[in-house]
Ligand binder design. Sequence first.
Ligand SMILES: *Cc1c(COP(=O)(O)O)cnc(C)c1O
Length: 221
Amino acid sequence: MAEAAGRSGRDPSLVSLVAVSKTHPPEVIRNAASLGITVFGENRVQEAERKIAELPVKDLGLEFRLIGHLQSNKAKLVPGLFQWVESIDSVKVARALSTRFSEADLTCEVLLQLNSSGEQSKSGFESTDALLAAAREIVALPALHVRGVMTIGPFVSDTEAIRRAFMQTRECFDRLQQRVGSPSVDTLSMGMTDDFEIAIEEGSTEVRIGSALFGGRGSYA
Ligand SMILES: *Cc1c(COP(=O)(O)O)cnc(C)c1O
């Protein structure tokens, strides 16, 4: 991460790490926490719920971020588990989330997900214009703080295609910052194990790394 930041003349301390613990058991999170990693990404609400129940979250100072698609009917499970939801892909789910956080007297930091690869199988807003239109409504929701944009790069070997997707997402992030105001919109979440260096070169402020830290897919579900 530091090398990639250095190559593009960026301050390495401006790029943070979300350790993606999905499919791995709570012990893996404990071990990572003992090495100083405190921010974890999970992609399924119920898997995270069971895992978090087994961890001394407060004592270890852990923070969890939801990075997978959220259905509105599961929004009620999110307060108390996740401090961030990085995968907002509709106004509907944002509204449901805001209602549930308000009821719990909590607030939630959110990222709006852009489908920068155009792949049908991926969630996220279809275009920057669609994302910005939704943002206009989402920023008005009382319990949510819009912090930026998240994307998953295309799963291809063509690094230029990956770079283009990240450049497009960076542009979307810049436009969101102009619309909403830059002190509060400060997070551009892009980059995973196979493409985090390109993402950092293109301006990512947060990478989400799973397999490079924890090995391949675990069996915890
Ligand atoms: C699994 C996952 C990651 C981490 O992927 P790795 O390639 O294992 O680093 C990052 N972001 C999202 C949304 C994921 O689902």
